[in-house]
Design a protein. Structure first.
Length: 160
């Protein structure tokens, strides 16, 4: 085989390996984001069940949905606070808009921020009433399911 042809084959193989490694790295990052290690639960509100990641520690709450590429319509994240308060939320490193729903210690909706967008950062969204839980869902969830202040949610069971 002529040296020029052999060199072209080697270059093609190296490029294929680099491309394959890049695709694998991208795929691995996407799968890691989609398969959170946080505990899961089901939160039901207005007859709609959401599979939610449960963020309890300060580090989990601080990270939230940051860095995730997306959220399915039946997914969310619930943030659990030790004491009721005016817990503010912002959108650092977010890649999609969300609805933010603040709930009191009886899971009653006390405030809603619709369509919080990534470009709103560093704005902090703060409720007008104290809450113990905060639910983040895909943007449009509250309108699509007629979620309003006063509605009450319930945790139903742990998801696998």
């Amino acid at each position: 085989m002529p040296p020029k042809k052999r060199l072209l084959i080697v270059i093609a193989v190296v490029l294929a390996l680099i491309a394959g490694a890049g695709i694998w790295q991208f795929y691995s990052a996407q799968m890691a984001a989609r398969h959170s290690t946080l505990p899961k639960a089901v939160l039901k509100i207005n007859g709609i069940s959401l599979i939610v990641d449960v963020a309890v520690s300060e580090a989990e709450r601080e990270k939230g949905l940051s860095g995730r590429p997306s959220l399915s319509p039946n997914e969310g994240m619930v943030f659990v606070f030790q004491t009721p308060g005016l817990h503010g939320f912002w959108m650092p490193d977010m890649h999609f808009p969300i609805d933010i729903i603040w709930l009191d210690d009886h899971l009653k909706v006390v405030y809603i921020q619709k369509n919080a967008t990534p470009d709103s950062y560093p704005t902090v969204f703060t409720p007008s009433a104290t809450s113990t839980y905060v639910l983040e869902t895909v943007a449009g969830f509250t309108d699509e399911h007629s979620i309003k202040v006063g509605d009450v949610g319930e945790f139903t069971f742990a998801a696998e």
